[in-house]
Design a protein around this ligand. Structure first.
Ligand SMILES: [Zn+2]
Length: 638
């Protein structure tokens, strides 16, 4: 039988040994997830002669990383002492984390440029003297507990991580004895509905799951979770899971796979990895508080941390013998990604949008629309209805300012926000208009996980719009930390806030399915001077959606555990244009502008009527096939 694709391990090995001079002293060559790690006793020589590695990468078509042999690394405490000697005082070293698996030290500093030194001179000096390589990161203006916990956890699980990366690498580069072919996609969730997004992609050789979400509007497992019970799905032969972004309707069911023994990789952007841990842990807390049984435990959430391989936008990565993955900016929330899959050396190419915004926001650049090749596009349709055209961003902002100003006259504004995404966007808008004087100045109270999510935003400034990134990186300003904002830390502060003067309250959860927003709502609902402002999509069946459609009386459990009836007198407002989703016009523009033009489109992640409306819009377009797949449907793509 003939191999059809990549070089074997033996061929790679001999190629490396031929191309690297013997004095560099290679001790091991190993797969490290999708990369190839070359261990040497003299890592500094390969760093100084960087051409050797880039030439080699061209020959073997793999990403190569240089690792120092553990036997030559100086002990951690000694390395710390040497680093303090090398780094100039004004680099502002805050803390350092060791990663013994990679032989890497993460150095958190105030001034990365100073720490790196001219032409990387300090980094080279550190490698020479300690044999650890260093990874310089800017110390975030607001420290994040989640990121710290993830780093500590990875450190404590370094042996497991090492084993996982090696096994994953061997699986990705396993020999392939059949030609690539039989590309099929099965909708396990998110077909003609918003929620529980999950799409299974299979070829003759591989199987990949795109997203693994929950449906926040459903309670029974058959509707709430992806249909992993379909015969097409086999957990033991799954090569990879790719997560487009951290919202629970895209990643909320992922820990369940680990609970049932999944041991393979999860690919996503670095910010998605951090936000996902935060949101999955919170999901467990919320369920426990409500006396419901979560479908997995925090141990399963931690397993994801060990199994996650973070990727930057544009980084092309082999994820199985016949599939290459690249993530691109989706403009929806921090770290949100469009997923590009290149199958079988050009046999077929897929773009899966996850949730995306093809328009300007304060926080992010619009979604990418140019790809090397695309035949099949799987695109969200949240706002795919004929009337889902929102006003321009500028009109939206002035409408929002007008509503807030009218409420702040006598009352208070309550804004339910998902902790990640809309919360930070609305914070930026409020800060901008209060500073310019167009919005009445008033205290803005923020409660419920928003502050931790905001801290994670400041840790990844390169994923933010250039305007906000530059404020954080170069102007020493942090718009998330403006004087207008007050973080509510204790629940007993709520009464005082509600009884006090005019103010804005932003609280989770975004669809009012629980969380502190309910506590404020109970206290504020009966006063017609107050207003509830929806700024994000409300899934059918959630309390948010029912209030939005005019519900006048709500039964909620009171603090005494008894059912309370709340009469709703407060004003209801919906401002659509802040959505992190593309509206109808942006969806259509995206398909038209996409380069190259796709040949087949699947409209998903929208209510049935919206997906069907999008199909209607496109079915007459020449050379294009449009579908709205249902859950359980399988399509053959190539
Ligand atoms: Zn989303």
């Amino acid at each position: 039988m003939q191999k059809t694709q990549s070089l074997s391990y033996a061929e790679i090995r001999s190629s490396i040994l031929q191309n690297i001079p013997p004095e560099i002293g290679i001790t091991r060559i190993e797969f490290e997830g999708p990369r190839l790690a070359i261990y040497t006793k003299k890592p500094e020589m390969l760093i100084e002669q960087s051409q050797i590695i880039s030439d080699l990468a061209g020959i073997i078509k793999k990403r190569i990383v240089i690792r120092s042999d553990p036997s030559v690394r100086v002990p951690e405490s000694e390395a710390e002492r040497i680093i303090k000697e090398i780094l100039p005082e004004d680099a502002g070293l805050v803390q350092s984390y060791f990663d013994p698996v990679l032989g890497e030290i993460i150095l958190e500093v105030m001034k990365p440029g100073v720490a790196i030194g001219k032409g990387g001179s300090n980094l080279l000096e550190i490698v020479k003297r300690t044999k650890w390589s260093s990874n310089i990161v800017r110390s975030p203006p607001i420290p994040s507990m989640t990121i710290k916990q993830i780093q500590n956890y990875l450190y404590s699980k370094s042996k497991e991580r090492e084993r996982f990366l090696r096994d994953t690498g061997e699986a990705i580069f396993r020999p392939m004895y059949r030609n690539a072919g039989d590309v099929r996609i099965t909708t396990l969730g998110g077909g003609r509905q918003v929620g529980r997004s999950a799409f299974l992609l299979r070829t003759r050789e591989s199987a990949i799951l795109l997203d693994c979400g929950i449906n926040p509007g459903a309670n029974n497992p058959v509707d709430a979770y992806p249909r992993l019970d379909t015969e097409e799905f086999d957990l033991s032969s799954l090569d990879a899971v790719v997560i487009s972004h951290a919202h629970l309707d895209h990643c909320g069911f992922l820990p369940f796979l680990f609970k049932y023994g999944y041991d393979g990789p999860v690919y996503c952007s670095q910010p998605t990895a951090s936000l996902m841990t935060l949101l999955q842990s919170d999901y467990i807390d919320v369920m426990n508080k409500e006396g419901r049984v979560p479908p997995y435990s925090s141990e399963d959430v931690k397993e994801i941390i060990v199994h996650t391989i973070p990727l930057g936008y544009g980084e092309v990565t082999d994820v199985s013998p016949d599939i290459r993955l690249t993530l691109h900016n989706a403009g929806h929330i921090l770290g949100s990604s469009l997923v590009h899959l290149h199958i079988g050396k050009g046999l077929h190419n897929i773009v899966y949008t996850g949730d995306f915004k093809f328009g300007p926001t304060q926080l992010f650049h619009p979604a990418s629309y140019q790809f090397p090749r695309v035949e099949t596009l799987i695109i969200e349709s949240t706002y795919g209805g004929p009337n889902d055209v929102s006003s321009s961003r500028l009109e939206t902002e002035s409408e929002f300012v007008k509503i807030i100003n009218s409420l702040l006259n006598k009352g208070k504004a309550l804004i339910p926000v998902p902790a990640v995404g809309r919360a930070q966007e609305i914070m930026m808008v409020i800060n901008k208009y209060m500073q310019s004087g167009e919005m009445f100045e008033a205290p803005v109270y923020i409660e419920g996980m928003i502050s931790e999510a905001t801290a994670i935003h400041t840790a990844y400034p390169h994923y933010l719009s250039s305007e906000i990134r530059d404020q954080i990186l170069y102007e020493g300003k942090n718009p998330f930390d403006s004087d207008y904002f007050t973080i509510v830390k204790q629940p007993d502060e709520r009464d005082e806030i509600v009884e006090g003067g005019p103010c804005i309250i932003m609280a989770t959860a975004g669809m009012m399915e629980g969380g502190p927003v309910i506590e404020y709502f109970k206290r504020m609902a009966s006063d017609p001077e107050n207003g509830l402002i929806f700024v994000s999509y409300q899934v059918a069946g959630t309390l948010g959606q029912r209030l939005q459609s005019g519900l006048k009386s709500v039964q909620i459990f009171g603090s005494n555990g008894k059912m309370e009836v709340i009469n709703v007198e407060m004003g209801m407002y919906t401002v659509e244009g802040f959505s992190g989703h593309s509206d109808k016009r942006q969806l259509v523009n995206y398909v038209r502008k996409m380069h190259p033009a796709p040949k087949r489109i699947f409209f998903v992640h929208g209510e049935e009527s919206k997906c069907l409306n999008m199909v209607q819009t496109f079915y007459k377009m020449k050379g294009l096939q449009a579908y709205a797949p249902e859950v359980f449907e399988t399509f053959k793509l190539a």
